[in-house]
Structures are given as structure tokens and as C-alpha cells.
Design a protein around this ligand. Structure first.
Ligand code: SF4
Length: 552
């Protein structure tokens, strides 16, 4: 038998993206909803980058991913990798030469070191690019575990505080607006109005971001500090943080968004099942073929969709990092624990350990504070972030919270959380074909469903094919959720003691109740929007009657 020649694989040498190329190089990115992407685009333009969003991946992109990528990848890899190739091929069709494309564009994507296939994304992009003839195309990684300054791509793309804050604010606003619009659209009186106003609002926000400038120290203080560069840098950082914490650039823009969206007339007496969408990060976020266009389908079928914010994922990463530090105290590879008799060193070691945990807790608190500041500007209509400790507590006995990869214990946790806290009638989990962590949590979900008898939970495996089958399974589960929502509403109607005509007539006399951004309080144990609305209107009617009687 002849000896087969083998070749050691080495990571190909990356062509650099340098500062002097910024003016003629376009940053490509994508992978979220168009709302997030539009705001991130604006945030990058504000920092003087040329950038472009790659369109939402479709089935054709998935096919290209299969053609040019490795076998046995998870579904999001095929979609996203193929999507980049498809975009570059389109540029070629428009007349650009391959080399010109390679020289003029770079792709910015998230990366991690695993443990699931997320750790392989960068390599997958490079392989597919090479196989499709774009060898040498630059892929820049935005590391999941990186800090405030990620040096690898520093020259062309400066990942500094302005960059991180810009992206973070854009993502938070994208999350919140996405949440709001999914709460308004199912109840809009004039079809298409919510989307029309949303478009206007997104333009307004994006223009506002583009026109603004990142915070800089100015005036006499700035000129004075120029003499002390180190102190000047620190003062600059502090100024940026304070501006982030107390500035009103984003909150005032969101107040205008609230005013405009409030003009969308809604009818909250429509009884609809509330469906929480969870699952793998990309599958639960994308608004296209990657999850069988599930959001549109659910709305068409009469559901109100509760979307998952990227913010939960950011919070989860902070929470897990803190857990890891706490768990590994004394056994970390890089930090040797001192012997017990060296009290001075033990104290210093404990102090350092505590300090790292406190820093992460502070980061979490700041993140939540910022999130709630933006929520407040939107009249608290967007949902609050689920508490990570509570999610961990709920899930841990079913799915070990230290098992990392993908959404980890979150898929199980969210199912229990949204069901037992009466936030949704049904949980739909979108799990990509070939996803290792989702397959694990699927196993655990059988135990969860057996334990919580009232739960309506449906896992759907997403892929490049099988849309009709998936939709019909969702339809069946949705049927159950509709029955649940209807029964809840009927029970509430009996309890409030008013007829539907009386409720409607009161609402007609109080048009503020028809505003898209009117906040309806959540009644304990009640899930549906219509049921909560009727309880609220009935209580307003009762208190009005009491005041009338008191006057008489
Ligand atoms: S979580 Fe699943 S689908 Fe997502 S990258 Fe990891 S293996 Fe792939």
C-alpha cells in the first residue's frame, strides 16, 4: 500500500487591515435583526468607518455554505458563511474583480474559543472563502471573551472604548425597539402602520447617532491635560463613562420614538396567545429563512411574539464569567494559590479574587442600569432582562449551569421562567440542525415538560429545508396556546363584571388607551395582553364610578 502524502494545516497568514486602508475599505457585518444592524451601522459610521450590512441570510446562502464549507457543521454556520460568499459573488457579478473585492472589504464577526462550533466560525469563513476563490479575504474577530481593547485588528479597526460603547448602545436600542414593535404590531388597527412608523423611527435614531460625536474632553481642561498624557487618557476614559451614565443623547432620541409609536392606534382587546421565542442565539434572532421566517409566520397565525434580546446573552456571559472565577478559586492555572501559613499572601490572594468578582458584578449592574434607562425612555414597554441568578436557579437541577456552549442552561431556564412566572402561553425553541448544546438541552427539556404539567413547549429544529413541516408543528402547538389564551380571557371577563361592549365604549371615550406606547400593568398570574388590558380598563372604570359616587 502506497504512503499517502499528508500536509499539516496552518492557519493562513492574514492580510492586515491597517489604519491607512480605512478610507477605502468597507467593513461588512450582519447576523442580527435589521434594527440592530441599522443602528450598529450608524455607530460605525459615527466613528468614520465605511461599512455595509450583509443581507439577512436566505436559503440560497445556506446552499452556498454547504457547497463551499465543511461537512457536518451546524445550521447557522452554513447560513452565515454562505451568506458572506453570496454577498461577495454579487459584488463580482456587478463587475468588481476578485482582487479588488479582497482589497476593498473586510468582514467583522463575533468569535469565541468554543466549546461548541462557534469556536470554528473563523476557520469556517476562511475555508469557504478559499474554496469559493476569495482566498486572502480578511475576517476580523470580535472576541466574545475579549476586553475593552482587542489588539489583533487594532491598526485598521480600533476596538477602543468608543467602539465598544457605540456597539453596545446600538445593540441595546435595537433590542428594545425590536421588543416594542413586536408588542404593537399584532394589535395595530391600521394594517402596516406599526412598520411604517418603525421605519421612520429607525431613520431618526440612525441619523441622530451618525451626526453625534463620541465624547471628548474639551476646553481648558483638555489643553491642560495634554501636558500629562497618562492623566489625560484616564480623564478621557472617566469622561466617556460619565457621559454614558448620565448623558441624554440616546434617551432623548428614544423619547421621540415613544411619541411617534404612541400615535399607532392599537386594539388590545384582541385575544392572542403570547409566544416566547427562545433557542440558539442566531436561530432565535434572525428574521429570515434561517428560522423558517418564524416571527412572521407566528404573527400571521394570530400570535403575539415575545422576542429574545441580545442583552440576555451579554448578561449571561458576565454571569458565567463571574461563576467561573468563583468556582475555580485556588485551582486556576495562571494564579497559584499561596500556602495557608502565608497569611499576608492569602489575604492578598483573597482580595484579588473578590476584586475580580466585584468588577464583574459592577459591570452587570451598569449594564442593567443602562438598559433600564433606555426602557424608561420607552415608557417601560420593553420587557425587563431576566435575572441571571434566577435563571440559573430554575435550570440547574435539569441542566448543569456550568455546562457551557451555545445558550448553555438558558434554553431550559427560559422555558421554566416564562411558563412559571406567567409571562407567555407557550415557549417555542428554535434549535439549529447540528447544534450540539441545543441537542443536549433537548434531552433535558423532556424532564422539564414532564415536571411542569401546564407547560406548552415546542422545540423546532431549524435547517435549510423542512419549512412546511416546521410550520405545521408550530400550528398544532399554537392551537393549544390559543385555547389557553381564550380560556384565560373568558375567566377574566367573568371576574371583571363588565361586558365587552362596556369595555370598548370606555376605551373609545379614553383614546389614550389606544396609544401604541400606553403601558398596561401586568396583573399577577395573568399572561395575555387582552386579559391584562381588560382588567386594567375595568379597574379604571370602577375607580371612575367610585369618584362619581363620592362627588354625588
Ligand atoms: S450554539 Fe449550536 S448552532 Fe450555535 S454555533 Fe454553537 S453549535 Fe452552532
Amino acid at each position: 500500500m502506497g504512503k499517502r502524502e499528508t500536509e499539516q494545516f496552518f492557519k493562513p497568514k492574514e492580510n492586515p487591515f491597517t489604519e491607512d486602508q480605512r478610507g477605502h475599505t468597507t467593513l461588512l457585518f450582519g447576523g442580527l435583526t435589521w434594527k440592530h444592524e441599522k443602528l450598529i451601522h450608524a455607530a460605525l459610521e459615527r466613528l468614520s468607518y465605511r461599512c455595509e450590512v450583509v443581507p439577512t441570510p436566505n436559503v440560497a446562502a445556506f446552499q452556498l455554505g454547504k457547497e463551499f464549507g465543511n461537512n457536518g457543521q451546524c445550521n447557522p454556520t452554513y447560513f452565515t458563511v454562505g451568506n458572506l460568499v453570496q454577498f461577495l459573488q454579487e459584488l463580482e457579478k456587478k463587475g468588481m474583480a476578485k482582487q479588488e473585492i479582497i482589497d476593498s472589504y473586510v468582514f467583522l464577526t463575533a468569535g469565541a474559543c468554543g466549546p461548541c462550533r462557534f469556536g470554528m466560525y473563523e476557520a469556517e469563513y476562511r475555508l469557504a472563502l478559499r474554496n469559493s476563490g476569495f482566498d486572502g479575504f480578511r475576517v476580523l474577530l470580535f472576541q466574545q471573551s475579549g476586553g475593552l481593547s482587542q489588539g489583533e485588528a487594532k491598526a485598521g479597526l480600533e476596538m477602543n472604548l468608543d467602539f465598544f460603547l457605540g456597539i453596545l448602545n446600538a445593540m441595546n436600542m435595537g433590542d428594545l425597539i425590536n421588543d416594542v414593535v413586536y408588542q404593537i404590531r399584532p394589535y395595530e388597527v391600521h394594517k402596516g402602520e406599526a412598520d411604517r412608523v418603525l421605519d421612520e423611527c429607525m431613520d431618526l435614531l440612525a441619523e441622530g447617532i451618525k451626526k453625534s460625536r463620541p465624547y471628548q474632553l474639551e476646553g481648558k481642561l483638555a489643553s491642560f491635560l495634554q501636558k500629562f498624557p497618562k492623566a489625560g487618557d484616564t480623564a478621557g476614559y472617566i469622561g466617556k463613562f460619565l457621559n454614558q451614565l448620565y448623558g441624554d443623547e440616546y434617551t432623548s432620541a428614544l423619547r421621540e420614538v415613544r411619541r411617534r409609536l404612541n400615535a399607532v392606534e392599537v386594539d388590545r382587546t384582541r385575544v392572542k396567545p403570547l409566544v416566547k421565542v427562545t433557542g440558539e442565539f442566531w436561530a432565535q434572532t434572525t428574521e429570515g429563512d434561517g428560522n423558517f421566517n418564524m416571527f412572521k409566520f407566528l404573527e400571521r397565525e394570530g400570535a403575539q411574539v415575545m422576542v429574545e434580546p441580545v442583552g440576555t446573552w451579554i448578561n449571561y456571559m458576565i454571569h458565567q464569567a463571574r461563576n467561573k472565577i468563583a468556582d475555580r478559586k485556588g485551582v486556576e492555572e495562571a494564579i497559584e494559590a499561596p500556602p495557608a501559613w502565608r497569611l499576608d499572601k492569602v489575604l492578598a490572594y483573597n482580595w484579588k479574587h473578590k476584586n475580580r468578582i466585584v468588577k464583574l458584578s459592577l459591570a452587570e449592574a451598569i449594564f442593567k442600569r443602562e438598559w433600564n434607562r433606555l426602557r424608561e425612555a420607552l415608557n417601560y414597554i420593553p420587557h425587563d432582562l431576566a435575572d441571571q441568578r434566577e435563571l440559573e436557579r430554575l435550570a440547574h437541577s435539569f441542566y448543569n449551569s456550568r455546562a457551557a456552549g451555545g445558550e448553555g442552561h438558558l434554553e431550559v431556564a427560559k422555558n421554566i421562567y416564562y411558563c412559571t412566572k406567567h409571562i407567555s402561553h407557550m415557549v417555542l425553541s428554535l434549535k439549529p440542525f447540528g447544534c450540539m448544546p441545543s441537542t443536549q438541552s433537548d434531552g433535558a427539556q423532556s424532564a422539564v415538560v414532564a415536571h411542569f404539567k401546564d407547560m406548552i413547549f415546542l422545540p423546532i429544529e431549524t435547517s435549510g429545508e423542512g419549512e412546511i413541516n416546521a410550520h405545521s408543528r408550530v400550528q398544532m402547538a399554537l392551537g393549544e396556546a390559543k385555547v389557553k389564551a381564550k380560556a384565560e380571557f373568558e375567566k377574566v371577563m367573568k371576574e371583571v363584571g363588565y361586558s365587552m361592549d362596556e369595555i370598548r365604549s370606555y376605551v373609545d371615550d379614553h383614546p389614550e388607551l389606544k396609544g401604541g406606547m400606553y403601558r398596561v400593568p401586568h396583573s399577577e398570574g395573568i399572561i395575555g395582553t387582552a386579559a391584562n388590558f381588560v382588567i386594567h380598563v375595568a379597574s379604571l372604570m370602577k375607580s371612575e364610578r367610585r369618584s362619581r359616587l363620592a362627588v354625588a
